[in-house]
Design a protein around this ligand. Sequence first.
Ligand SMILES: Cc1ncc(COP(=O)(O)O)c(C=O)c1O
Length: 428
Amino acid sequence: MAADRRSKADTLALRQRLISSSCRLFFPEDPVKIVRAQGQYMYDEQGAEYIDCINNVAHGQYHTSGWQASLKGNPGVHRKSGRRISSRKPCPRNILFFFFLDSSSEANDLALRLARHYTGHQDVVVLDHAYHGHLSSLIDISPYKFRNLDGQKEWVHVAPLPDTYRGPYREDHPNPAVAYANEVKRVVSSAQEKGRKIAAFFAESLPSVGGQIIPPAGYFSQVAEHIHKAGGVFVADEIQVGFGRVGKHFWAFQLQGKDFVPDIVTMGKSIGNGHPVACVATTQPVARAFEATGVEYFNTFGGSPVSCAVGLAVLNVLEKEQLQAHATSVGSFLMELLRGVGLFIGVDLIKDEATRTPATEEAAYLVSRLKENYVLLSTDGPGRNILKFKPPMCFSLDNARQVVAKLDAILTDMEEKVRSCQTLRLQL
Ligand SMILES: Cc1ncc(COP(=O)(O)O)c(C=O)c1O
């Protein structure tokens, strides 16, 4: 492809003319024109190098192995891909069937269909502030979106985020896992009282747009018990958080304890590291119920040899470059300063410790100052005050030191110069 020689202003004008404004820009007041990227770095049209801490796709930009693999794709890779994913320990023994698709949204939409066929029920329980994809079916189960659109459908039931920092049950609660799971039980019972029947509980294994939340260990097994009792299945969305991002485990749901096994796992984003491929893994009974309809699952590009070759190449790079262990060590370093797991970290900016009031404007200001310092990151959470550290897994210890030093300098500067930030604290 020929290099784009347009000025940033011309590119923006063209974009404004041709692209819907609902496709938002990061940093709308002064967007960055990224013209190339490699590993954890992004480069603008002037050659300035930015450290990427925003990445939803975990393994780093444009690793050449993935693209070389895409040129070498062959039909055998489809079978191998399922086998390689299922060999990721401890891929639950009863998760046996794999569907390959083109996008993460397709994966969650199929998970919804599988759950409904298997259970014969229609309704879904989701966590507050969740986002599960851009298809109509998924906007309906994404409070993050539907709250700003036409609202909650009667078949959707929302349970509180298991957030032990801001939620109703906090660090000082004797058993937040049980308390939050009981909230799900309460939501299920109230739906049942209205004659509704639960098909599934959908949750990201670590809710991301909700504010980089780490549910208390044991919460998922307790929730699964309530959901199974209601005849539903547990869907773990590993689209952002799977594939080693959390460091010590390959799947983020493993943080919940050895005994927990979801009924359906959805994967995307990192599985192709930039190439459009996604996957749904499930148990034999769920897959069989779907087959029993007699209707084939057809997806023109899903599971193409090229996509599966890219997926295998990503797994190879992950192993060869020991990115999972790397995420653990860089993550542990950052963890001395911030809260999170592996390279999935949230910094909750608050105005004061007693009320934990979100420091929303300060967070936005910090993000723009970091951008001036060539670090790209974003905010999230209901109060948009959580700094999301989601660098690619090749993010180095040196990068971590640089980012923390810059963050520190800006915070010090803010405390001196910005009155409204005088009570700003980094919650460790
Ligand atoms: C948790 C989660 N699930 C599903 C999706 C949908 O992914 P895609 O836009 O690739 O279809 C996203 C995208 O941001 C996501 O964060």
